[in-house]
Design a binder for this molecule. Structure first.
Ligand code: CA
Length: 646
């Protein structure tokens, strides 16, 4: 075609009135996922189908900055299409060797004032990711992103699995929000508990019998705030930035960015079953390491006195008992929790750490992130929130041989808090320290972005099993959700595996555990975190069957592969994980009745395996089983029970 003819045709195409809807489609490499971008009434929208079935209906796009409004009046300029093909290895997530292939579509727009913006979509086989990219606008090289119009409109049959955002400056010592709410499970979108700040990521949706959709975001660093889903309003959830009341009302809601710049990635994982939801690596596919590890970090298991023995155990003698426990179990670490600064002190801590090393046990120490954002009374205080104090403290930590820190009680999701997380991580790497966060936000790609990051709480965790009868009553229900929601997008430092019959030091009364031992063993596989702080106590060495302890000595904390087997969030969950050549299949039952599951386990086809399971009397047994050549295996799980096949 002659070039003058081509340019004439192109000018005709772009001269079309914008009210005439133009659609641009980008498909996944396997063509199952289609994203259809439409420019209608000068506001871009998108919809998503899976094998032709609508999973998201026409949903809005757009952002507002203090320099330029991209919520309306947009003109489509041009598009670019390309392919993304990325292979990488990652040592701390659900899978070790990953291939990400996506079709990429970049659409360039300008607003009425001729300021430009690009919307970038990357569509892989079961994931849609998109973000807004802002160029420099002449001599304008910075802006504040104030608001996002991005929304998600599900078909009306959709039910939702959402965890409400905690109201800022409420709860224990005004430490909320910290992603420690329960869930509205399989509820109509209008039937979720109402909170001013909506729902935290990730959110899971069941589009009737058509399939499943998981919404989240990734790539949130110091360069942006973390966001959440709004309340359901006018048939839609929108992306919202943190409420002003967070961080004691101080700090910003949006994000200050340099230009050219971009928002974090918005992610949509979808499919006909829960398989792509469990197996997605999209939070990690879209990000890259922000710095190199200063040394190889070693993951593993830890003992942790605080969870069952609580504050009174924060003394030298009890920590010695838990060092001895870690040593007997062959665990790499002890986690020494809050109050060590006053109850043990730095001089005796150095002595305690020498003792630990003599038993081949290394340590994580707890810190309060405070600061300025809440009233959490536990020390050490004010050691992590300024660069000067932090580096002084980390230098000491390195000198006395501490390997990691657990930092607790963060303020919220504002950009200034994201900066604090990144500053702690980056400084810690300089002093060879791993970092575990509690009282905290959801990690958003951090396992890949920060090489010394080893987990976040961001869940109604084991501590609430100690504090709340309601949480004990719902332990199995919550456990059946995490593999499909919270834990599928990031490490979850739950602090689980509690084998005391009563979750107290005496193990004789109060806080009765309602789940079986097999359930607890299953969570060691079901809940993924590269460093596991288990809730075992010294008495477990004599009051728990030896085969259970042997299992907990051997169970890995890092995985090469994770595979969905069966489940329905809120009812039961079964997943398989592989470490080297070793497969573990684990399941829990949250239903009121005994569950009989016929599973397909090709990894064990024709093989002998060890089955850890409970019986009608809730006692846990181990036996050898022979699996059929076709890999089919029938397992019975008690209510509040579980199983592991290894
Ligand atoms: Ca907590």
């Amino acid at each position: 075609m002659k070039s003058w003819l081509l340019s004439l045709l192109l000018s005709l195409v772009f001269a079309l009135p914008q009210s005439l809807a133009q659609s641009i489609t980008v498909e996944s490499p396997d063509k199952a996922v289609s994203v259809i971008l439409t420019l209608q009434t000068e506001r871009p929208t998108f919809r998503v189908t899976y094998k032709g079935t609508p999973m998201l209906e026409e949903s809005p796009l757009g952002i507002v900055t203090n320099e330029a409004d991209f919520s309306d009046g947009l003109t489509f300029l041009s598009k670019e299409e390309s392919k993304v093909d990325k292979q990488y290895t990652q040592d701390r997530i659900k899978k070790s060797s990953i291939h990400y292939a996506a079709n990429k579509l970049t659409c360039h727009f300008e607003n009425a004032k001729k300021k430009k913006i690009s919307i970038v979509f990357q569509v892989s086989n079961n994931d849609v990711a998109f973000r807004y990219e802002l160029p420099r606008w002449k001599d304008r090289t910075v802006c504040v992103v104030e608001k996002e119009l991005t929304g998600y409109r599900f078909p009306s049959v959709t039910t939702s699995f959402l965890s409400p955002s905690m109201n800022p400056m409420t709860g224990f010592a005004r430490t909320a929000p910290s992603y420690e709410s329960g869930y509205g499970i399989d509820a109509a979108m209008t039937g979720q508990p109402s909170r001013p700040e909506g729902y935290v990521f990730p959110g899971l949706f069941r589009v009737g019998d058509k399939g499943w959709v998981l919404l989240s975001e990734t790539g949130v660093s110091s360069q942006f705030c973390a966001s959440h889903l709004s309340q359901y309003k006018d048939g839609i959830y929108t992306i919202e930035y943190p409420g002003m009341a967070q961080n004691n009302g101080f700090g910003s809601s949006g994000a200050a960015i340099a230009l050219p710049g971009a928002t974090p990635w918005r992610t949509i994982t979808l499919g006909q079953s829960l398989k792509p939801i469990v197996e997605t690596t999209i939070p990690f596919d879209l990000v890259d390491p922000l710095y190199q590890a200063s040394q190889p970090y070693k993951y593993g298991k830890a003992t942790w006195s605080w969870i069952v023995w609580q504050d009174p155990s924060m003394n030298y003698e009890d920590q010695v008992k838990f060092i001895d426990l870690a040593s007997t179990l062959g665990y790499e670490y002890i986690l020494i929790d809050a109050l060590w600064d006053t109850n043990i002190g730095k001089d005796r801590m150095a002595q305690l750490l020498d003792y630990a090393r003599s038993k081949k046990v290394e340590a994580f120490l707890w810190y309060n992130s405070n600061g300025t954002t809440n009233d959490a009374p536990q020390g050490p205080h004010n050691k992590m929130n300024t660069a000067i104090e932090r580096k002084k403290e980390m230098k000491w930590l390195q000198q006395v041989g501490v390997k990691g820190i657990k930092v607790d009680f963060f303020g919220g999701d504002k950009q200034e808090t994201m900066r604090l997380y990144e500053d702690i991580l980056s400084d810690a790497n300089d002093y060879h320290l791993m970092v575990d966060f509690h009282g905290t936000t959801l990690p958003r790609g951090w396992e890949r972005m920060y090489p010394n990051y080893v987990g976040s709480e961001a869940v109604l965790a084991s501590e609430m099993l100690i504090f709340s009868q309601d949480v004990r009553n719902h332990e199995a229900v919550y456990a059946s959700l995490h593999p499909f929601i919270r834990n599928t997008v990031g490490s979850m430092e739950f602090g689980g595996v509690l084998l005391n019959k009563y979750l107290t030091k005496s193990n004789k009364e109060r806080n009765k555990r309602l789940t079986t031992d097999a359930f607890q063993l299953a969570t060691a596989v079901l809940f993924q975190n590269p460093v596991q702080m288990f809730g075992l106590t010294p008495n477990n060495l004599t009051d728990v069957p030896a085969f259970e302890l042997d299992f907990l000595k051997a169970v890995p904390t890092v995985w090469d592969e994770t595979v969905y087997v069966d489940g329905y969030p809120g009812q039961y969950a079964v997943i398989a994980r592989r470490h080297g050549s070793q497969w573990y299949v684990a399941g829990v039952n949250a239903k009121k009745e005994t569950l009989i599951l016929k599973l397909k386990l090709p990894m064990f086809a024709g093989k002998k395996a060890q089955l850890y399971n409970d019986d009608a009397s809730s006692s846990t047994t181990k036996k050898e089983v022979q699996l059929k050549q076709n890999g089919e295996f029938t397992v019975e799980i008690q209510p509040n029970g579980g199983f592991v096949i290894h």
